[in-house]
Design a protein around this ligand. Structure first.
Ligand code: 2BA
Length: 109
């Protein structure tokens, strides 16, 4: 069995959850925050049997789109006049950041 930890954009989360549940996958949704943009994203936990793993990954890949976002740079620029200002940068976020863990034991009480 595998545990899939998928960090996705909030915009994709509702569609991804319903697509996974329609196919019979169990899903837990966590409200999370990205360290770089410091804005909300969604982390899904999906426990899957090995024979259903590829199907789950295919759904995540199909549903999650990459998007461009403007972020304020965490670094400031200093000029000779001593003026410091942050500046906007464009980053491409997603589709999905996915970690796959092997599950030693799965128990439901
Ligand atoms: P954030 O940390 O808010 O990052 C959002 C996007 O900003 C990233 O998209 C990436 O394009 C960009 N970015 C992140 N760190 C950067 C840096 N130091 N310099 C320039 N650009 C940077 P994704 O790579 O698609 O990541 C989306 C979200 O997935 C991240 O949100 C974070 O919540 C999570 N994530 C990504 N890699 C991770 C990792 N290795 N471990 C844990 N979480 C991760």
């Amino acid at each position: 069995m595998k545990l899939i930890i998928a960090i996705v954009q909030d915009e994709d989360s509702a569609r991804l959850i319903s697509s996974l549940m329609d196919e019979g996958y169990g899903v837990t949704k966590l409200a999370t925050t990205g360290g770089f943009l410091k804005s909300g994203n969604t982390t899904l936990l999906v426990g899957v049997e090995d024979n259903r793993f590829d199907g789950c990954m295919a759904i995540i890949e199909k549903v999650c789109k990459s998007r461009k976002q403007i972020a304020t740079s965490p670094v400031t620029m200093g000029g000779s006049a001593g003026i410091y200002a942050s500046y906007p940068i464009e980053v491409t976020v997603g589709g999905a950041t996915v970690f796959v863990l092997t599950v030693d034991q799965f128990v439901k009480y």
